[in-house]
Design a protein around this ligand. Sequence first.
Ligand SMILES: Nc1ncnc2c1ncn2[C@@H]1O[C@H](COP(=O)(O)OP(=O)(O)OP(=O)(O)O)[C@@H](O)[C@H]1O
Ligand SMILES: [Mg+2]
Length: 154
Amino acid sequence: MKTLESKTAEETLALGEAMGRQISQGLSIALKGDLGAGKTTFVKGLAKGLGVSEDYYITSPTFTIINEYPVPPLTLCHLDLYRLSSAEELEYIGFDDLLDDTHIMAVEWPDILKDIFFPFDIEIRFEFDENYNRRISVSGSGQRGENLLGKLFL
Ligand SMILES: Nc1ncnc2c1ncn2[C@@H]1O[C@H](COP(=O)(O)OP(=O)(O)OP(=O)(O)O)[C@@H](O)[C@H]1O
Ligand SMILES: [Mg+2]
């Protein structure tokens, strides 16, 4: 696990961007942490690093549950599951169709996915520290997750 401190939104954007630049295949990222901790900010950076067109304004999917952005041949799927109460509701957003190698899944409030044993390659935890800065801990599991973190933090 790698832990970093982010003092500004720009630093969190830069971390997301750096990760986005290293991604060239489908991948799943769990984004954990309290309201306002920086999860959506991270995804804005991620989108930039992946090369999502500047024509898209990255907004929080709080109400839409999912926002999708094309980065051919891949698609960035930004999910916010805060308003869902069970994994069964995922059916309504066509979740099953997103589970292939062409989708990069960045999921805020991912805990309900435990019920369906959804595997994440990367987990990122955002915490407020005593000075109201953010402590960001990144961990990877499996080959894909570990490879990506190796490239990012070498
Ligand atoms: N170091 C930092 N990293 C990220 N965001 C920061 C930082 N410092 C200040 N901010 C501000 O905090 C807010 C973070 O909001 P953001 O929408 O990213 O949070 P979130 O974790 O997605 O919350 P929610 O659970 O409500 O979706 C933004 O207004 C951002 O500008
Ligand atoms: Mg958010």
